[in-house]
Design a protein around this ligand. Structure first.
Ligand SMILES: [Zn+2]
Length: 258
């Protein structure tokens, strides 16, 4: 099993992922362009079995219909996505673990906050968690907006379902927002040395060939929303806030205007 991260080069900076198996089958997470997905599949001689959508927003489902037409593949997503996700054919249940090829398991986690119908997917190999597809819940060094969701749900999702994951799990987000998010981190926490290093690495990296990948451990060092008890972050807020939840809500609102 191999996870391929494709940068889509659109103005929203989406990522599409192709999970490739040794039996030459593949699954695609959040297809933006059917052309880009098809080019990858044909170069590698892969047969597309299913599309998985993290949520219903159009930039994560745009490739669904054409890929279903061309490959007759299934579309897996949240049941609240009925009527919103094009060609949805399999409703996923929170907590469900789906066996895939190559001793790979996909665990479905319900992750509201950015919108109601949002799921994240943990990939296990031989029972060890390797990676998580986080859609628009967790980005590199940031979290999703709540324009169509609920900030208290997002706080709950981030603190109880993301921050609790094992440190070595790789993070595969729905968009490339690393540079802006690191800017926000450094504005809150100018002394954050790791954030400066990641910004430097980002400037050297080639998004098209090998996008930078963080782990949960990295995120705990560079993602403001996973650093709610940092005294530097708290002291830089305009008012003194008691709880982590209040700090999270204040940071999310600050990020909206930043
Ligand atoms: Zn998005």
């Amino acid at each position: 099993m191999k996870i391929n991260q494709l940068y889509t080069d659109n103005e929203l900076r989406n990522f599409t992922y192709i999970i490739e198996f040794t039996d030459n089958t593949a699954m695609v997470v959040d297809p933006w362009s059917d052309t880009q997905v098809n080019q990858f599949l044909s170069e590698k001689h892969l047969k597309l079995k299913a599309i998985i959508n993290t949520h219903e927003h159009w930039d994560h489902t745009k490739g669904n219909e054409k890929l279903v037409e061309q490959h007759g593949c299934e579309v897996w997503a949240h049941r609240i996505g009925i009527g919103k996700i094009p060609a949805l054919s399999r409703l996923l249940n929170p907590g469900e673990k789906i066996q895939l090829a190559d001793k790979t398991t996909l665990e479905i986690i319900d992750t509201p906050g950015h919108c109601q119908a949002h799921l994240c997917f943990i990939v296990y190999q031989k029972n060890k968690a390797q990676a998580i597809f986080t859609g628009d819940i967790l980005f590199n060094a940031g979290v999703g907006n709540c324009h169509n969701g609920d900030v208290e749900d997002l706080y709950h999702t981030i603190t109880t379902k993301i921050a609790t994951l094992s440190d070595n799990i790789k993070v595969y987000p729905g968009h490339d927002y690393l540079q802006n998010n690191i800017g926000f981190t450094l504005d809150r926490e100018p002394s954050n040395q790791m954030a400066k290093e990641w910004l430097h690495k980002y400037q050297q990296a080639d998004l098209f060939k090998s996008p930078l990948t963080t782990t949960i451990a990295d995120e705990k060092q560079i993602n403001t929303f996973l650093r709610l008890s940092s005294s530097e972050i708290r002291n830089n807020l305009s008012t003194t806030l008691e709880s982590n939840k209040q700090v999270f809500i204040a940071l999310r609102s600050l990020r909206d205007k930043w």
